[in-house]
Design a protein around this ligand. Structure first.
Ligand code: DGY
Length: 329
């Protein structure tokens, strides 16, 4: 009889995912709050063939203590927490969850565009604080900016970018500019999008949406000089990773009127520190990295991640991250 692979699940996953995994693996699930603390993960990992996690760094510190480890499955599409070179050196397969969250993240990006331009969070506080009194505040102080028919610039035209483009163009009649490593003629045809330089996109967009994955090349991709190229009336939306932006430059741009506002799902350090000056700014709408966080999508992601882990451990199907696909035999 062959033994089932032993896997460690570092956070609670839906019951149907656990049942599925138990059919194929000998499972240990962390039952505490949040994620298994790193110290305990480092102590326990030596006994496992597979690891299911989200966000925990997979680096040489962990891999050196994991002689049996063959596969790590992340419940996320982003995999910047995988140290690809360390994983290559140890021949550890890494998997992620593309496709399943595209529409959900795109919905949140539209929500951030609408919320920042129409000042939803700020005006919600205004009403709840009892400040809405006839004549007490001149109404134009509450006015926002239109989203419909405005120009949207998407930096990073992957699947999520495409889902944003569909909503923006078909739902809000927006004009679309995009900047991407490669040109995408099908996007231009479907959405009337214009491929352009980063400079042109920044200069002409009313909404700049950053969707580029975090890689060594995209760390602090958007900096002071980029905010300075944007219109003073423009909104900056980030739903990629916080480290793709120079956060201090963003804070300065929002504070001194270089740009009008921002909608942010991601931050340089997460959770963001309560004393981060971003949290004092009325023109920054902030949410706690919840782009993919609807009940259905998070459940679906956990199931894709569970199937990925079984696939990677048994030579079946799995969404292996591109850089490590050669390891799947
Ligand atoms: C992802 O899947 O990478 C999203 O950022 C949610 O974590």
């Amino acid at each position: 009889m062959t033994h089932k692979p032993k896997i460690l699940i570092t956070r609670k996953i839906p019951a149907e995912c656990l049942s599925y995994l138990e059919e194929h693996c000998d499972c240990t699930q962390w039952e505490g709050e949040g994620s298994l603390p790193r110290e305990q993960l480092l102590e326990q990992i030596k006994d496992y063939d597979g690891l299911l996690l989200s966000g925990t760094s997979v680096d040489s510190e962990l891999l050196e203590r994991a002689p049996r480890l063959k596969a790590v499955s992340s419940i996320s599409v982003g995999y910047n927490h995988f140290n690809i070179e360390d994983m290559k050196a140890r021949e550890v397969i890494g998997t992620h969850t593309p496709y399943v969250l595209d529409d959900t993240v795109a919905d949140l990006v539209l929500a951030l565009m609408l919320a920042s331009a129409r000042r939803v969070a700020e005006l919600d506080s205004f009403v709840k604080q009892g400040k809405w009194k006839r004549g007490a505040v001149r109404e134009e102080h509450l006015f926002g900016m239109d989203v419909h028919h405005a120009t949207l610039g998407i930096i990073g035209m992957g699947r999520i970018g495409e889902a944003i483009a569909k909503r923006a163009v078909h739902g809000f009649d927006m004009n679309l500019l995009y900047y991407n490593r490669s040109r995408k003629p099908e996007i231009e045809e479907r959405f009337g999008a214009q491929y352009c330089t980063l400079e042109k996109l920044l200069q002409e967009s009313d909404f700049v949406v950053l969707m580029t994955p975090l890689t060594p090349e995209t760390v602090q991709f958007i900096r002071k000089e980029h905010f300075e190229m944007m219109k003073p009336s423009a909104f900056f939306i980030n739903a990629s990773r916080g480290q793709t932006v120079d956060e201090q430059a963003l804070i300065d741009a929002l504070s001194n009127g270089t740009i009008r506002g921002a909608g942010l799902d991601v931050f340089e350090k997460e959770p963001i520190s309560p004393d981060n000056p971003l949290l004092q700014l009325d023109n920054a709408v902030t949410v706690p990295h919840i782009g993919s966080a609807t009940v259905k999508t998070r459940n679906d992601m956990a199931m894709v991640a569970s199937r990925n882990l079984v696939g990677a451990l048994t030579g079946g199907q799995a969404y292996v991250v591109p850089e490590l696909q050669y390891l799947l035999k």
